[in-house]
Write a protein that binds this ligand. Structure first.
Ligand SMILES: Cc1cc2nc3c(=O)[nH]c(=O)nc-3n(C[C@H](O)[C@H](O)[C@H](O)COP(=O)(O)OP(=O)(O)OC[C@H]3O[C@@H](n4cnc5c(N)ncnc54)[C@H](O)[C@@H]3O)c2cc1C
Length: 463
């Protein structure tokens, strides 16, 4: 592709949008050059901020006719390079499309624009006693969550973003606007396009509206923290907890490194060693009262060193705040170091093996880092730190990632449970999907024949 003249492109786009919706300023372009991953920044040629679906449609039709890359941007919190505009072109920030359009309170649904941040949305929904369950640690946008099929601590009970999405409005590469799905919770009508766009990382269309499932905020909670001697013992307990049908609302595993960091940074009363953070929620205390003794019994059988239940409301809030901030805490603990976050997910019966292999690979390769895991759904992250200027250390970190992902596939799992493919996981796509990858490429070709939508991602197509 020939080099793009930023000023000329901005001038062209200013004929479609208001002047304050288009910028070729270096500061604006630099702000949208990288996400939270370690992948190198790539500066887009122009940044645009659409305010309506018609704006998005006009930009895409313009770009499609000229073969100009368009990369959608939510909050830029991805950790696989997903929104980095690797081919330059137009950076389409959805942040000004951030309205709650309709609250369907009696149906437990909300229709929103994609630039809305999910934490802001949940603050507003709390007034009606409702919440949207998927909760990635960062304050992501709904559009970014949909595009990455984000998940979080509550996925074990409520599912990932895909499971909580009913209908979408999507602008196709050509600028055509389509609607998918419906507000019915049962849908059996035709191909499931809604769930094709969810998880497509902005490579098939730009989501401009979404109708999401909500849940009532549970009236009662109980929480426990349980320490073990080894991550393997903690992981074995996880399998038993799920197998016993206790249905936790959250079940997280943090290794000894993460616990040491949290103990240093917070006043939480955590026992040293790998810990499970477990929460149950329900309509009555009576129902919950039965679960904690069963949890304790399973944990004790697996050699729990410490079992602290009855965590009060204030402590519980601090516990989950700490869990959500553990990634930033790691970064503070390894100042100036580069990092990579691996993300793999397996069936729950194979989860103990995944965790055991993470621990043994860390030791074998001599890399620094720790395990932070959405254990209840078999999803594990290993955060690895290395001196960025040390090529050998970086190679070891990458070797860890490759071997950990390969192990996940061997165990019947996937190369990414929630962070998406972005840049980093493309090399594993053929191994996971085999001949189905060719079908994915055909779908991409059909929906985006000129390859303008977030090129260089997911399928790694060069154009
Ligand atoms: C500290 C920290 C903790 C995290 N914890 C979790 C976690 O627990 N679980 C989890 O799943 N993730 C987690 N993440 C990763 C990240 O927050 C999620 O992937 C999130 O969904 C990204 O949303 P975003 O709004 O930042 O999207 P962006 O990073 O801006 O974009 C993500 C992708 O979506 C595309 N996109 C954005 N908007 C649209 C749209 N409207 N239409 C089409 N495509 C679009 C982009 O092109 C890109 O490919 C974490 C990140 C950090 C930094």
């Amino acid at each position: 592709m020939t080099a793009i003249d930023s000023a000329a492109l901005a001038a062209d786009l200013s004929r479609l949008l208001a002047a304050d919706q288009v910028s070729a300023r270096a500061g604006d372009r630099a702000q949208h050059a990288r996400d939270q991953s370690a992948y190198p920044a790539v500066t887009p040629d122009v940044v645009v901020w659409p305010r309506t679906t018609a704006d998005v449609s006009a930009v895409l039709a313009f770009a499609n006719a000229r073969g100009i890359p368009v990369t959608a941007w939510g909050a830029g919190t991805s950790i696989e390079g997903n929104p980095i505009p690797v081919r330059g072109g137009i950076l389409l920030s959805l942040r000004q499309m951030d309205a709650i359009l309709t609250l369907h309170e009696r149906d437990f649904q909300v229709t929103v624009q994609p630039g809305l941040l999910y934490k802001d949305m949940n603050k507003q929904l709390a007034r009606q006693g409702l919440f949207f369950a998927p909760d990635p640690g960062a304050n992501a946008s709904i559009g970014g969550m949909l595009a990455n099929n984000a998940a979080g601590t509550r996925t074990v009970k409520y599912g990932a973003t895909r499971d909580n999405t009913l209908a979408l409005e999507v602008v196709l590469a050509s600028g055509e606007v389509i609607r998918t799905g419906s507000r019915s919770v049962k849908q059996s009508s035709g191909y499931d396009l809604t769930h094709l766009f969810v998880g497509s990382e902005g490579t098939l269309g730009v989501i401009t509206e979404a109708t999401l499932k909500l849940h009532p905020i549970p009236a009662h909670f109980s929480a426990a923290t349980v320490a073990f001697a080894t991550v393997e013992a903690a992981a074995a307990a996880v399998f038993e907890i799920i197998g016993a049908g206790l249905e936790p609302a959250a079940l997280e595993l943090l290794d000894a490194v993460a616990i040491d960091i949290l103990k240093a940074e917070t006043d939480l009363h955590l026992h040293p060693g790998p810990n499970l953070f477990v929460e149950f929620s329900g309509a009555s205390q009576a129902a919950l009262a039965e679960t904690l003794p069963a949890l304790e019994e399973i944990c004790r059988e697996h050699g729990a060193l410490s079992y602290q239940a009855g965590v009060g409301a204030g402590e519980r809030a601090r516990l989950w705040e700490a869990r959500h901030s553990v990634f930033e805490a790691y970064v503070r603990h390894y100042p100036g170091q580069s990092y990579t976050v691996t993300d793999a997910s397996v069936p729950i019966s194979r989860y103990p093996e995944l965790i055991a292999s993470a621990r043994s690979l860390l030791d074998e390769l001599g890399v620094s880092g720790g395990i932070v895991s959405h254990a209840g759904d078999g999803n594990a992250h290993v955060v690895i730190f290395y001196p960025g200027e040390d090529a050998a250390a970086k190679a070891q970190a990458m070797a860890f990632n490759d071997r950990f992902v390969a192990r996940s596939l061997q165990l019947g799992g996937t190369i990414t449970g929630e962070h998406g493919v972005g840049l980093g996981k493309q090399k594993f796509m053929a191994r996971e999907h085999g001949p189905a990858l060719a079908l994915m490429r055909q779908i991409k070709q059909t929906l985006d024949p000129n390859g303008i939508l977030n090129p260089g991602k997911v399928l790694g197509q060069e154009r």
